[in-house]
Each structure stands twice: as structure tokens, then as C-alpha cells.
Design a protein around this ligand. Sequence first.
Ligand SMILES: C[S@@+](CC[C@H](N)C(=O)[O-])C[C@H]1O[C@@H](n2cnc3c(N)ncnc32)[C@H](O)[C@@H]1O
Length: 414
Amino acid sequence: MSDATDAQLAAQYEAFPYPRRDPRDEARRLVVGSPGHLREIDYWIFGARRSASRPLRALFAGGGTGDGTLMLAQQMTTAARTGTVTWLDRSAASLKIAQARAAARGLGNIVWESRSLLDLPGSGLGPFDYIDCCGVLHHLPDPAEGLRALTSVLAPDGGLGLMVYAPHGRTGVYMVQDALRLLAPAEETPAARLDVARRVMRHLPETNWLRQNRFLDDHVNGGDPGLYDLLLNPRDRAFSVPQFAALLAEAGLRVACWVEPLRYDPMFWLPDPKLRAKVEVLDATGRAALAEALTGNINAHIVYCVRDDAPRERADPMADDAVPIGREVTGEQLADYIQPDGSITLAFDGLRAPIPLPAMAPAILRLVDGRRTVGEIGATLASRGSKPEAFARAWQATFKALEHVNRLLLKAPA
Ligand SMILES: C[S@@+](CC[C@H](N)C(=O)[O-])C[C@H]1O[C@@H](n2cnc3c(N)ncnc32)[C@H](O)[C@@H]1O
């Protein structure tokens, strides 16, 4: 199902391919993030139980100018992983940029599909082991139809990585969108609308919530595509945790991980025992909804999800043959971040989270290099005088704490 607003959306991404990217920048950096990160897919979707030698068939639906597609294609190439990454979008302007970026990297594992994701059912594409849809469902006329189209080409044991907007962290956005609908209606040209939006941004009253929202900057740093996407988009809706969970449930999906798990864990923010007792009785969605409402700063929900009936087991981090790996930074770097009080402090959109770690954590983390097994790390520390039980306790606590912030994961088996 398409409508007039959808036609405006299609026109927007032809005029302003999103996000703004220059292929020349590939020479100096790879854009990484969630969802779509190979190590996250290996761990959160496949539980570090799917062999790295099995080809991975991935789809980026609404791939835009290529951020996720290039990240995964590059990570697979670097790790000598076989398979293909299919970029799919209906924006020809985005295709041009994404292809130029891929060419700049010399990537040969990308398949290009110019079409609507709503045409996936019966398209002959797929099945895919991993489907990524980042920042797209919330623009569709019917997000549930979009999700059904995606799951129609998902392999039985595959999973999805999704991102949709969330309401509280976008405080201010919808008020400014309302104002701009009055001053720069959709019938005007994109250039005229942008001009009005820029003028309005210069005169936002000091009480305006977008002006006070320090954690959104697309309209400031994202060029014309960023400003247009945030404030002049013909359709975007934000999903609260319960609304998003209902959308997933209707599609027969179960959340394997809210990213980062700690942000969705109200226990972390509520030390009061009486309150914790009340949290205990909430189900997983209720807890995530509570954390969202309490912290108030989540501007997008990122989830990895699998089919309802998919196995829940993950590889055991205590197994001798498990191989821990930092998601992006190395174990050595994680150890360097540990403060004198033994904790690591992370910040999520302004929300500081001190993560307490056991005293042995630095010594353990310095041995985490993505190759050593847990057994080898334990043996090395034993040779330096650590007791096996002390190592086991410290490793369990270290992994649990850093997995909860999506910084330390387990590697896919060979
Ligand atoms: C906000 S951009 C996100 C791009 C990319 N996923 C990212 O996160 O960087 C939304 C993208 O969805 C695409 N899109 C919107 N509706 C679509 C549809 N029905 N089929 C395919 N692509 C669509 C747009 O063309 C645009 O490139």
C-alpha cells in the first residue's frame, strides 16, 4: 500500500539521499554502529553458535547511502567471511552514493536491488539469514505491512536488526515539525521548505524543546539531508517500547536484545529495594517500558529479534572453548578505561552509567584478544597465581557487566 505521503517521502530521498555521505571519506574511516554489526549479529542473533564458515546472506532493506551495508560487507571481507550483503532501496540517488562508497573500498560482496521493500514477498529474493531495517519502518504507510514483507524473506533460523524512532528522546522534534507544516507546507519546493526551516531554527524561542534537546544534532550537523529528514519529513512516527513490542509480536518476532541492554534495565537505575521488588514482577517488555519512561532520553529503539519459536540458548561464556571478543574496542582498551575505583563509566545520550567490575577485570581483559579461549585466559592467570574459582567468579561478573552494555561478546565458532 502506497499513498500520496509516501510519494513525497520517495521524492525526499531522491532530492536528499540520507545520510549525507562523501565516498572520499571511505579512505579514512568506516562508519560503524548498531544494528548490522557483524559481531552483534553473531552473538545477539545466533548466540555465538552459528559457524563462521557458513555463508551469511544479509539484506539491508532501505539501505540508504550505505552505512550499514558497507559496515557489514567490510567486516565480512576483513574477517574472510563468505556470503553476500544485499542493499535494497528505491532511491536511485542513494544507490549512486552507496555504490561509489563500495567501489572506494573495493568491496565485491554486495548485491544491489533497486526496488521497494514492500515488493519483497514473491520477489524471488532470499531467504536471508540477517535482515537489517534501520530507520525505515517508521516512515512507511503501514509499518506492520513492512515488517511482514521483511519476515516473508527471512530464513527460518534467521533474525532481524531494526531501528525505529522513540518518543521521549525526540522531545521537541514533533513540535517543530508541527510549526513547519504551517510555515513550509509539503506543496512547496524542497529548497523553499529548507530555507524556511533554516530561518525558523535561527529564531527558536529559548523555551523550545528542540533547542533544549542536546542529544539530537542531525538538523545542525547533518547538512540538508539531516535537516530535511528530522524536521520536514512527510511521515515519521515514534514508537514507545509497548508499541514497538506489539508490532514485533504481531509479526511473530521476539526481542533477543534491546541495544544496549542496560538502557532497558530499570534495575540499574533503581537501587531502592522496595522499588526493585515491584520491578521483579514485570515482564521483559514492562521492564523495558519502565526504563524508557524513567530515563526519558531514548530517541531510537534498536533491537535484534528472532522468530518466536527460535531457540533461546546462547553459547556459555563459562565454557573453556568460548572466545570472548570486544564489540569494537579491544580487551586491552577496555582495561585501559577502568578507573581507579575499579569501574568503567559509560554515557548514553547524557546518561552516565558507572559499571562496577571485579578487581581481576583488568588482568582478564588484557588477555581478551578475540583469539584466546576462556580456558586459555584462565590458564594464563593460574600460571600467575590466580585460583581457578576466583578467576571463574571474576570472569562471570566481568562478562555479565560488559555484555549488558554490548561491549564484550562471544565470537562465532569457527
Ligand atoms: C532514513 S533513511 C535510512 C537509511 C539507512 N537505513 C541508514 O540508517 O543509514 C530511509 C531510507 O528508506 C528508504 N525507503 C523508504 N521507503 C522505502 C520502501 N518502501 N522501500 C525501500 N526503501 C524505502 C528511503 O529511500 C531511504 O533511503
